[in-house]
Design a protein around this ligand. Structure first.
Ligand SMILES: Cc1cc2nc3c(=O)[nH]c(=O)nc-3n(C[C@H](O)[C@H](O)[C@H](O)COP(=O)(O)OP(=O)(O)OC[C@H]3O[C@@H](n4cnc5c(N)ncnc54)[C@H](O)[C@@H]3O)c2cc1C
Length: 873
């Protein structure tokens, strides 16, 4: 009891109140009860103060608790259910049953009991069936051995008590019209070999009742009420700790998001076909391990290390503002600084008094010494902007390394001033030899204040960490990945996928997808939600709010969003890939700082405009012009079929700066749609992808300042073509999601829909279609993710093969259309109805054979890539 903290978090209310309520308990109160109640009162008061509960909210809570009581009946325990959906039973269960023996092994996990156990279940003989009433389920022989955790010996005479819901999702006492008492219940005793066997049903997923207090709670919390299919077990044996648990089919869609949080890995089961048994078609083997009652329990596992934390909390931690790393650590070139690099240099950049010219000169020079191409591209431009001359920058690029013992230049030379030469010498010596000559130090102190010397030191150290110059060069050389990019692990990616699935389930349920399609209008509140989830800058630098997770992650988000709604996902990709990633790959530091944060947070909407009425496949024949005028360019012309065009705040626009120059005369511009002369002529009405707003855009003398040129003048085709490879890669995940959606709808339908007395999925022609759909999805998915993985893993020297990116989307897009057609066919008349989503999926899928280059153009691009490779033969 003394270990319980006796203090509450700081607050502004009466500090003695809680203790006086606790102290009001009289001396006859049982010790354990006193402990439990003291803790409960303390938590309850802390909670009330923390949220500053209003009288109305308190009264709503009171009514809610009353509702729980009113809903409860002799056979319905609503308070138990409330505990379950708050995770309370799972937590109590874990606290009560966590057991690991001294060799680190664990017995069969326990799981929640739930409100449906009955003490009256009859004993039955091994080999009997617990199925006593009619049902639509699949009969299964369940068998296994019960063993001792320490000795591994079988336990004879152990009792296994099983109960399960029928195929309609109801237990015997909830369903007296269809089920006799003790249907699907029974106790069995193991034989001398510790074996048990009996017939039961393959379980069915079901919804918790939503008509009472729990239902109101689900609605308020925006949660689904589904439990994965499960079989309840209670296993007891003399001398052993009992296990109460539930088993879950591994392929059940709710095992990853059980609404009562009860699933554990070792409780997942596989059903196999059973041959030669006329009582059961399925076979389930489940062996149980019991811990001896007197067995020793090893200490609980250590708390998670930061690396084990869930991906979102790691991302959140990375995105949280970090304090400046102490300079002394930086000066020691501690490798740990590498991870704090981005925030560290960000802080230096904004918080030093050192002139920008000197700072950018030093950083540019470090980039040269470290062969860090990306850093040079960015900081050389900033150095020029800050006043370093072109000649001086050229000198910084070519000057030999300033070695130990050399004298510092005392004159202006090579476009650099005496002051700048001192900075160069200091930067070189710190970077190459770590130690700095006294002479160089003197020269520096002669031109900089003491504070500026310290700040320059921090800058140089920060840009050089961690210690090894080559590592810095490698880490920051990639031009296709964010700074400090480290490819995510497969576990990270799986966790991300589950998070996106969770997001899609909450934010894009089927009714939202259907409404978006029917209204042909994008739900604009989605942008902020995407931003908050971190989806909009998945390939962008963290310093702009991005996740810096790379292309595999981007494909996963695209796939799972497309699975929920093809059109919402298309708009997502036009923003996050076509606009944000193009800016990330080609923007200079100032452009990124100006445009990326708003786009990544979802405050701003992005688009990319290259196609025109007369220039689709042959996009280089575009007619839009950009004429140079004082301080910038005037854009004139129209763009066609632009995704997000009607809503966008920022559009990357391609235009001819040299109309005679064909592919060498195109330049990319960043155009804010608030610019005078810009308009959206109309929002287009489409066959599919409805709600992904597509527009025809008009540019009449739209002035774009020089600083908004993306990449180099007349080099826009390079920006465009390089962008197209990655665009095709990320967009290829769209058809993957649509194929998954086809399977999501078709698999349950064909197993539930009966014709000629059997589920239609039991016909070989139907199985053939299902098998083809599944195989097409798996093959397309393997293609896309193998390419994305290769791009991520080659991040130090990115390998982006045009034929692979075009091939991935070519293959996936055509397969998705085929799958959608099959899905409609398999669902028959219902498949043709607009109330079913498969028609929408077909209309959405077709776009992927047209947008981002048609199938024909993709084949042409692949063929040309080979022509290029074999040109010398
Ligand atoms: C919903 C939607 C969203 C879009 N979003 C954007 C966007 O955000 N930004 C943007 O810039 N563009 C966008 N587009 C435009 C898209 O990229 C073009 O529609 C596409 O590139 C095809 O061009 P096109 O429509 O002019 O067809 P065309 O080029 O006229 O092609 C018509 C047919 O001729 C075939 N064809 C053409 N040339 C050849 C050849 N050499 N060999 C064999 N066959 C050939 C094509 O494959 C196609 O079957 C979008 C289009 C749609 C429908």
């Amino acid at each position: 009891m003394s270990s319980y903290p006796q203090t509450s978090p700081p607050h502004r209310f009466n500090p003695n109140f809680t203790q006086s309520v606790i102290d009001a308990m009289g001396p006859k109160t049982d010790e354990r009860l006193r402990f439990v109640m003291s803790s409960l009162i303390r938590h309850l008061h802390d909670f009330t103060r923390e949220v500053e509960l209003t009288p109305d909210e308190w009264m709503a809570g009171v009514k809610f608790i009353n509702l729980i009581g009113q809903t409860s009946t002799p056979t319905r325990n609503e308070a138990h259910r409330m505990s379950d959906i708050l995770g309370l039973e799972s937590l109590v269960d874990e606290i009560a049953h966590k057991h690991v023996n001294e060799s680190g092994e664990e017995p069969t996990s326990s799981s929640i009991l739930g409100p449906f156990w009955s003490p009256n279940a009859p004993f039955r003989e091994n080999g009997d069936s617990i199925v006593r009433s009619p049902h639509n389920g699949e009969l299964t022989l369940m068998h296994g051995v019960i063993r001792d955790l320490d000795t591994k010996k079988p336990i004879p005479g152990a009792v296994i008590d099983i109960w399960q819901a029928s195929s309609n999702g109801r237990y015997d006492f909830q369903d007296p019209e269809n089920q006799e008492p003790n249907n699907l219940r029974g106790k069995f005793r193991t034989n001398e070999k510790g074996e048990y066997h009996f017939y039961c049903l393959k379980p069915t997923a079901y919804s918790l009742p939503t008509d009472g207090a729990a239902g109101a709670f689900f609605k308020a919390l925006d949660r689904h009420p589904m439990r994965p299919a499960h079989i309840h077990l209670m296993i007891t044996a003399e001398g052993y700790k009992p296990v109460t648990t539930q088993l879950y089919p591994r392929d059940d869609p709710y095992v990853t998001n059980d609404t009562v949080f009860a699933v554990k890995d070792d409780l997942l089961i596989d059903f196999n076909p059973r041959e030669g048994d006329d009582k059961a078609k399925l076979d389930l083997e489940y062996n149980v391990t019991l811990a001896p009652r007197e067995g020793k329990t090893a200490p609980m596992e250590e708390p998670q290390t930061p690396e084990d934390a869930p991906i979102y909390s790691r991302i959140a931690a990375r995105r949280a503002p970090r304090p400046l790393i102490p300079l002394d650590l930086a000066l020691l070139h501690n490798p740990a600084i590498a991870d704090g690099w981005n925030s560290f240099i960000g802080a230096i950049r904004t918080q030093t008094s050192l002139s920008s010219a000197l700072k950018e000169l030093a950083i540019s020079r470090i980039a040269v010494l470290n062969h860090a191409v990306h850093e040079w591209d960015v900081h050389a431009a900033l150095a020029l902007q800050a006043g370093i001359t072109r000649e001086g920058l050229q000198t910084a690029f070519t000057a030999p390394v300033f070695g130990r013992g050399e004298a510092v230049k005392e004159v202006d030379e090579g476009g650099l001033t005496k002051e700048q030469w001192a900075v160069m010498a200091y930067t070189d010596q710190m970077t190459k030899s770590v130690e700095v000559d006294d002479g160089v130090m003197e020269a520096l102190k002669g031109v900089l204040s003491e504070r500026e010397v310290v700040e320059l030191t921090a800058t140089v150290a920060g840009y050089n960490c961690p210690g090894s110059a080559t590592l810095v060069a490698r880490r920051y050389a990639s031009t296709k990945h964010p700074k400090g990019f480290v490819p995510p692990t497969q576990a990270d990616l799986q966790e991300l996928r589950e998070s996106v699935q969770d997001f899609a389930r909450r934010e894009i349920p089927e009714d939202v997808a259907m409404k978006t399609d029917a209204d042909n209008a994008f739900p604009n509140e989605m942008w902020r939600k995407f931003g908050e989830a971190g989806f909009l800058g998945v390939t962008a630098d963290e310093e702009f709010g991005g996740l810096a997770m790379g292309y595999q992650a981007h494909c996963i988000i695209m796939e799972e969003l497309s699975r929920a709604s093809g059109s919402i996902a298309l708009s997502y990709a036009a923003h996050s890939q076509l606009c944000v990633n193009q800016l990330m790959l080609n923007g200079n530091a100032a452009q990124k700082a100006k445009f990326l944060p708003g786009l990544i947070s979802g405050e701003q909407i992005g688009a990319l405009a290259m196609s025109e009425h007369s220039a689709g496949s042959d996009v280089v024949s575009m007619k839009m012009t950009a004429k140079e005028v004082d301080g910038g360019y005037l854009l004139n012309g129209t763009k066609m079929w632009i995704t997000n065009g009607p809503d966008a705040h920022t559009i990357i626009v391609y235009a001819k700066t040299n109309p005679q120059g064909a592919s060498k005369g195109i330049t990319a511009f960043i155009v804010p749609t608030s610019s005078k002369g810009f308009s959206c002529a109309k929002k287009l009405d489409k066959l599919g992808m409805r709600g992904s707003n597509t527009g025809e855009l008009v540019f009449e003398d739209v002035f774009v300042p020089t600083e908004n040129i993306l990449g180099d003048v007349n080099r826009g085709v390079r920006v465009l073509m390089e962008g197209l490879d990655l665009e095709r890669l990320v967009l290829s995940a769209g058809p993957l999601g649509l194929m998954q959606a086809c399977l999501d709808h078709t698999l349950p339908y064909t197993h539930q829909r009966k014709q000629f007395g059997a589920p239609i999925a039991h016909n070989q022609l139907v199985q053939g279609k299902l098998a083809d759909m599944y195989t097409k999805y798996r093959a397309s998915s393997a293609f896309t993710y193998s390419v994305a993985r290769a791009v991520d893993e080659s991040h130090e020297n990115p390998q982006i093969r045009t034929q692979d990116c075009a091939g991935a989307i070519l293959y996936a897009a055509e397969r998705a259309t085929e799958c959608a057609l099959d899905a409609i066919q398999l669902m028959g008349g219902m498949g043709y109805m607009n109330e079913m989503p498969v028609g929408r999926i077909l209309r959405d899928a077709k776009l992927y054979e047209i947008g981002a280059g048609t199938s024909e153009v993709r084949r042409m691009v692949i063929g040309r890539a080979f022509n290029k490779e074999f040109k010398d033969l």
